[in-house]
Design a protein around this ligand. Structure first.
Ligand code: F6P
Length: 507
């Protein structure tokens, strides 16, 4: 039986979405004096202002029809219940169990795994590994991007340990850390869901070599495994007390809540990590309970689908006006593009609408002096997100933070209003959409809620597109070919261009 049962209703709802009247943002504000309160959502210590998007009551009605046609409620329930919604891999999707949501057995298992993590952190604090100053975290993709973001965003000033996250197989990345860290005071965390990823295993081996070379007595004893494949870590000689497992049903790009978040929990302390989980849980409750027109992830997904399918936007830009969130766009690139960068639906048919945006971004105010020219006057439509904290965490003249926020707000206002000039080169078309996400201060709870918001928005986009957001077969072919080139560079099956590259560089 087809998994997408209501194709006719879905097509009709999309037609209704496309037939909505097009009004400018200026018109929408003029026509509805309650627009702002209608499109601002405050939840989980975050304030989302969607009013500078082209959503209005007509579009909301059409998109709610689409939600219904896509069986959204059932799909969301299935996600929260821990059903096997990742159909191509026959797995449940249970990262929310780490935040206390889902099947009781999965929540209990997550608690048990968190307790193991906490025990190890307490042992490290108590000196079980001698003096420890540094943690070298080795992983890639979802096993690196989340921890790296958390460390950079939350522990810059206050980290209890010095953590470096190395992902790239390019030896320069590891060597840079070797220069800074004392091998005798370093622990190595090898983070890999599968514990087979080639880059991670090679980096782990080289880190061991580095320790040996510097006379560390038992390098193996300083290695910690963060993995959903504990058997493989055991095989490699890692003691059970230093294996921090997580469930197979947690996707790599959703795994920072699990033991993959170990470096953040170590550097922040357990309480801080707990607050991160609670922030995520607050967003889970909001996503589950709030009506669609007041539901931040759902509204964001409506806007995504509108700009993508109706207005033809190809990308969306994430600009944090906060130096500590400079890694957020990289984290979100994997979350959104690996989840929804698909071309077939749950029944294996080609989808009718463009899939995930290309996600990109940067930090304000830097980006204003580099890429905002295109946003204001270029020919492409790029929906933008501004993210900022109201409270300053620097100790300099308060004018710094005030200037930062002033600029964020000015950019959103300018993109929307535009400005006419008789010289076309100095004219701004305006009517360009943005969403502003504000938090009182950037702390673990707020970051947890923000990340969970993006997770649920990604899920909602996946449901509206009828795709499976939880597999990633698109990355496999390249991996296979890399093995093939490494094992048989002389292979005559490669195309002439690739053969010439191999001949030039890999003889
Ligand atoms: O190649 C893509 C991918 O499978 C990601 O989905 C994943 O986050 C990353 O590789 C790392 O995988 P692992 O955690 O198994 O090392």
């Amino acid at each position: 039986m087809a998994r997408i049962a209501n194709k006719a209703a879905i097509d009709a709802a999309w037609k209704q979405v496309s037939a909505c009247s097009e009004k400018t943002l200026k018109q929408l504000f003029e026509e509805d004096s309650n627009r702002l309160s209608g499109l601002v959502v405050e939840t989980a210590k975050l304030r989302f202002d969607f009013s500078k998007n082209h959503l209005d009551s007509q579009k909301l009605t059409a998109f709610k029809k689409l939600l219904e046609a896509c069986d959204f409620d059932t799909r969301r329930k299935a996600l929260f219940a821990g059903e096997k919604i990742n159909i191509t891999e026959d797995r449940a999707v249970e990262h929310m169990a780490e935040r206390g949501q889902g099947a009781p057995a999965s929540v209990a298992r997550a608690k048990e795994y968190h307790a193991r993590m906490r025990t190890l952190i307490e042992a490290i604090d108590a000196g079980a590994f001698g003096e420890v100053k540094h943690l070298l975290h080795i992983g890639i993709g979802g096993s690196a991007l989340g921890p790296k973001l958390l460390i950079d965003a939350l522990t810059r000033e206050s980290g209890r340990y010095d953590v470096a996250v190395v992902s790239n197989v390019d030896g320069q990345a590891l060597e840079e850390v070797f220069k800074k860290f004392n091998p005798h005071k370093t622990l190595i965390a090898v983070a890999s869901k599968t514990f087979t990823t080639a880059e991670t295993m090679l980096n782990a081996e080289s880190a061991m070599e580095w320790m040996k070379k510097h006379g560390v007595e038992d390098p193996q004893g300083r290695m910690i495994a963060l993995t959903a494949n504990p058997a493989k870590a055991s095989e490699m000689g890692i003691d059970d007390t230093r294996i921090l497992p997580f469930a197979e049903s947690i996707g790599g790009r959703y795994s920072l809540w699990s033991s993959i978040g170990f470096p953040a929990a170590l550097a922040l302390g357990w309480e801080g990590f707990q607050q991160l989980l609670e922030g995520g849980a607050a967003m889970d409750r909001h996503f589950l309970e709030a009506a669609p027109e007041k539901n931040a992830p759902i509204l964001a997904a409506f806007a995504d689908q509108y700009y993508s399918a109706v207005r033809g936007a190809q990308t969306h830009g994430i600009f944090a006006y906060d130096e500590r969130l400079q890694l957020l766009p990289f984290y979100l690139q994997q979350l959104e593009m690996e989840s929804n960068g698909k071309r077939v639906d749950l029944d294996g048919n080609l989808i009718d609408h463009p899939s995930a945006f290309i996600t990109w971004g940067g930090v304000g105010t830097d980006a204003q002096h580099a890429v905002f020219q295109l946003l204001h006057q270029g020919t492409r439509l790029v929906p933008i997100e501004f993210i900022a904290a109201i409270k300053a965490d620097d100790t300099l003249n308060p004018v710094h933070h005030k200037t930062l926020l002033t600029n964020a707000f000015a950019q959103g206002a300018a993109l929307m209003s535009g400005r006419d000039n008789k010289d076309p080169a100095r004219s701004y078309p305006g009517d360009r959409p943005s969403t502003t996400i504000l938090m009182e201060e950037l702390r673990p709870a707020q970051l947890g809620a923000l990340i969970a918001f993006y997770e649920h928005r990604t899920f909602t986009n996946g449901v509206l597109l009828g795709i499976n957001s939880f597999d990633q077969f698109g990355v496999e072919l390249g991996k296979e070919m890399a093995h093939a080139i490494a094992d048989h560079p002389e292979n005559s099956d490669f195309d002439p261009s690739t053969k010439a590259l191999i001949a030039a560089a890999l003889k």
